[in-house]
Design a protein around this ligand. Structure first.
Ligand SMILES: [Zn+2]
Length: 237
């Protein structure tokens, strides 16, 4: 077997390695995970928006609570004045009573408002739970796929290791200079560095060479390393 024939074997192995490396880098399960992760981000954003709405509502509830406390204190103060004897005049007593009544009205208003806010928080909590469980569904799906991907990649890695070992063996039979030349061409030309010349056609680029060129190549000494004039790949006669 000539060096170039042996190089064709290396090429076949390299092509298999390229396929395996591509599978590793662009596994369909990874694409599926990426798609679901994008949907998960949208769902998580929606949950965050609802959560912000909830925070705002809880803040409103706190403001009402604070005002309830303050109105109650004022009402208690006014009631104390009414009973501690510090207010005696009828007119003044009437004024304090009116004040107490107005505090009572405000308290009722605030309690109504608080109930309303509490109902709204409850409604938001329902939506928030739904939104969060949607995110969890995506998380679970991603976790399952990631486990599947790990298994699939491990399988590819095992095969890669086997084929890489094969490559080492096959490459050992090629003179170093030729192998370096092949590697350079292969890298520059999308993975194929050597091709068979079949019926005047370079199987690397698919171009048919002129009869004169083919004749010249055939007449080269056996240890020559001809290349395709169209694509520059090493040719195996
Ligand atoms: Zn070619």
């Amino acid at each position: 077997m000539s060096d170039l024939d042996a190089l064709l074997d290396v090429q076949a192995i390299d092509t298999r390695l390229d396929v395996l490396r591509h599978q590793r880098a662009h596994h369909p399960i990874q694409a599926e995970i990426d798609g679901i992760a994008a949907e998960r981000r949208i769902a998580a954003d929606a949950a965050a928006t609802i959560d912000a709405e909830r925070t705002e509502m809880v803040r409103a509830q706190k403001r009402i609570d604070d005002e309830v406390v303050s109105v109650r204190a004022k009402k208690d103060g006014a009631e104390a004045k009414l009973y501690d004897g510090s207010v005696q005049a009828h007119k003044e007593l009437m004024a304090v009573q009116a004040e107490i009544a107005s505090f009572g009205d405000r308290q009722t208003e605030l309690e109504d408002a608080e109930l309303e806010v509490m109902e709204q928080v409850e409604e938001i909590d329902g939506r928030l739970a739904d939104a969060r469980s949607a995110v969890t569904v995506y998380d679970d799906r991603i976790a399952v796929l990631e486990a599947e991907l790990a298994v699939a990649l491990e399988r590819v890695d095992v095969e890669l290791a086997t084929v890489e070992a094969e490559r080492l063996g096959a490459a050992a039979a090629i003179p170093a200079a030729l192998l370096t030349r092949y590697d350079g061409i292969r890298e520059a030309l999308g993975g194929v560095g050597v091709a068979r010349l079949s019926g005047g056609t370079c199987l690397g680029c698919g171009m048919t060479l002129s009869a004169v060129t083919v004749d010249q190549i055939k007449k080269l000494p056996p240890d020559a390393e001809p290349t395709c004039e169209e694509c520059g790949r090493l040719l195996v006669r």
